[in-house]
Ligand binder design. Structure first.
Ligand SMILES: Cc1cc2nc3c(=O)[nH]c(=O)nc-3n(C[C@H](O)[C@H](O)[C@H](O)COP(=O)(O)O)c2cc1C
Length: 210
């Protein structure tokens, strides 16, 4: 566990990436495997993960992310996009996946499916989008931690205009929304931020034992 904490201390929100260094496909796959293993509410995974390598698309996106250099200079840009709405099919697909993965008939799971549907389907689109966006942040955390274990740098990013990103990435018509971004790659030597001490609340302030 101490190596895990070491990794979390090593990582920082990288402001300047070395644009000449690429993350290998093997390491990228490991990071994406961590994202795919992310637990989600009920296990429904109501999001997609888009890996954006294309430099032209990233140039187009950059002005809508406060001009942040991480968008174009990192090795890869990952967008986690949440479902802005969904119906019973989200749960039905999940059930079919459980059946196929575990080799069991899904009739026995009808009660569970009906329970999920009773909780989720009646939500308004706004409530659904808030719930699905929350799930993306769990994947964000896993991606940051997995990358740090591999000594790969990241910058989590919320500083962007989601509507513009959705248009450029062709998400709007697909009921998808850019929830959060992660630039991944290798820190530039001249990025001074890497030398800053971590600023965190004291454990006394942050944690309460009852
Ligand atoms: C959800 C989220 C969104 C963030 N958005 C940005 C961003 O748009 N640009 C940026 O440079 N840093 C961004 N950050 C980085 C935070 O400022 C940084 O994680 C925080 O100050 C803690 O520092 P550390 O990550 O270096 O330990 C974001 C972090 C998170 C978790």
């Amino acid at each position: 566990m101490s190596t895990y904490i070491n990794s979390l201390n090593w990582r920082y929100a990288t402001k300047k990436f070395d644009a000449t260094k690429k993350v290998s496909n093997k390491d990228l796959d490991t990071i994406l495997e961590a994202a795919s293993l992310t637990p989600t509410s009920y296990g429904l995974q109501p999001f997609k993960i888009i890996v954006i390598e294309n430099p032209e698309i990233r140039e187009k996106l950059k002005p809508f992310a406060w001009g942040q250099s991480q968008i174009t200079e990192a090795s890869h840009l990952i967008a986690i996009v949440n479902f802005t709405t969904f119906g019973d099919e989200l749960i039905d697909d999940y059930l079919a996946n459980i059946g196929a993965t575990r080799g069991i008939p899904t009739e026995g799971l009808k009660g569970y499916a009906d329970f999920m549907k009773s909780k989720l389907t009646p939500l308004s689109d706004d409530q659904k989008a808030i719930w699905t966006a929350k799930q993306t942040y769990i994947a964000l955390g896993n991606i940051l931690s997995a990358a740090a274990e591999l000594k790969i740098d990241t910058c989590p990013m919320e500083g962007f205009d989601a509507n513009e990103f959705n248009n450029i990435l062709g998400l709007t018509d697909k009921n998808l929304n850019t929830s959060v971004l992660i630039s991944i790659g290798y820190r530039a030597e001249e990025d001074q931020t890497q030398h800053y001490k971590k600023v965190r609340k004291s454990k006394e302030k942050l944690i309460q034992y009852i």
